[in-house]
Design a protein around this ligand. Structure first.
Ligand SMILES: *Cc1c(COP(=O)(O)O)cnc(C)c1O
Length: 399
């Protein structure tokens, strides 16, 4: 791929060894939903999450289960937490649908909670309000909390975990977009009772399609793998007591994952570098704000750099149309779940934060294929569009 083609938000990028590992998996005939690369991939994520010296000492241990998608990891997390029909599950409303859909897979009720405006993640104040109110209304404590590190920005984990602990509600951390982000120096994905990564084609690293569930005990990991491989009992014949799923990662996908682990830290550094270029170039520009870390405790991987416009919808459209005419993909910020037709009837605790923000911003190209020069060009184009006092969105600016 050359620098001349279209610029996408975040495109898969191979490190170099993926092809060799796939070839090796085929040669050894491990073309199956288990195999040496699956184990190797899991071990390399565990090592990357908690370096050896810590895992043998004080740090809490992590056990990683490689699965078919991030969505399946979320589904299994809820299953392991015993979420069932009629239970409440509190979910961050401002997220991608895959954070919340598994609640419906379990026939449970999503209770949607708005974000706070510094991290764009679940508001601790509204979280507690929702818990107290649901207990009063239903007489039952919500069964789980799904909090997200959206766009790679760590949520306010200290406050969230304190509230969760106070009401003894387990937490699932959806870190699908936050592999490599840090909160108080600790990697996102390790804060909840379970953590979730996605290796979909557009994420920080990819296995084509894939995900991982981060567990904190060997039993949880074993149970995850049992449920992910059709819940087959230990017997020579096929014996089933429980409902299982076909959610395990394949050895070929894991071979790609092993190659990707070799470039993970480079990918993270590149995303952060692009964010810094956008922030630098647009820092002095009126009418647009590049989202940054809200304090020293937060270090986003800036999976996608997001910008907010202090402008009319029409202006934002002009900017995105202009970028599209230059072959640059942008995308509006995610539409909150409580505004989605699918989730309209769900209880929601909102204060307008996500509603006010979601259509005022854009996601900018941030992946490994985006060069630093390209990011500067994109920033300069945004600046020049905004500086035109009367924006002309004629046919000449649209492809
Ligand atoms: C991508 C994503 C998921 C789902 O991951 P898949 O691997 O695509 O199933 C879940 N939550 C968030 C926030 C995501 O961005």
């Amino acid at each position: 791929m050359s620098d001349k083609g279209p610029t996408y938000l975040c495109l898969a990028h191979m490190g170099g060894n993926e092809e060799r590992f796939i070839h090796d998996a085929i040669e050894s005939n491990w073309v199956t939903s288990l195999g040496p690369y699956v184990d190797k991939f899991e071990r390399s994520i565990e090592k990357w999450l908690i370096p050896q010296e810590i895992s043998e000492g004080v740090g809490s241990p992590v056990y990683v289960a490689a699965l078919s998608t991030g969505t399946s990891a979320l589904h299994l997390a809820l299953r392991l937490l015993g979420v069932g029909a009629g239970d409440d599950v509190i979910c961050q409303s401002w997220t991608f649908a895959a954070s919340v859909n598994p609640v419906l897979y379990r026939n449970a009720t999503p209770v949607l909670v708005d974000s706070e405006d510094s991290t764009w993640n679940i508001s601790p104040r509204l979280l507690e309000e929702a818990i107290v109110d649901r207990i009063a209304l239903t007489g039952k404590t919500p069964k789980a909390i799904v909090a997200v590190d959206l766009y790679g920005m760590p949520a306010r984990w200290d406050e969230i975990l304190e509230i969760a602990g106070k009401y003894e509600i387990p937490v699932v951390e959806d870190s699908a977009e936050a592999m490599g982000s840090l909160y108080k120096g600790r990697k996102c994905g390790t804060f909840g009772n379970f953590g979730v990564y996605s290796f979909n084609g557009n994420k920080m690293i990819t296995t084509g399609a894939g995900g991982a569930l981060i567990c904190h005990s060997e039993e949880d990991k074993e149970r995850t793998l049992f449920l992910a491989t059709q819940a087959r009992e230990r017997a020579l014949h096929y014996e089933h007591v429980e409902l299982g799923y076909n959610y395990r990662m394949s050895n070929i996908s894991a071979a790609i994952g092993c190659g990707q682990m070799e470039v993970l830290d480079e990918h993270i550094a590149h995303h952060i570098e692009l964010h810094d270029i956008y922030a630098e170039e647009l820092g002095s520009c009126d009418g647009v704000t590049v989202t940054g870390n809200p304090g020293a405790d937060f270090r986003s991987n800036f999976w996608l750099t997001t910008v907010l416009f202090d402008a009319e919808q029409a202006t934002i459209k002009c900017v995105s149309d202009d970028l599209r005419s230059a072959g640059v993909e942008t995308r509006p910020l995610w539409k909150p779940m409580h505004l989605q037709p699918l989730y309209k009837g769900c209880p929601a605790y909102t204060d307008g934060t996500s509603e006010n923000l979601w259509d005022k911003g854009l996601c900018l190209p941030s992946g490994p294929w985006v060069t630093k020069e390209k990011a500067s060009m994109i920033a300069r184009r945004i600046k020049s569009m905004l500086s035109k006092t009367s924006l002309r969105c004629g046919a000449e600016t649209i492809e």
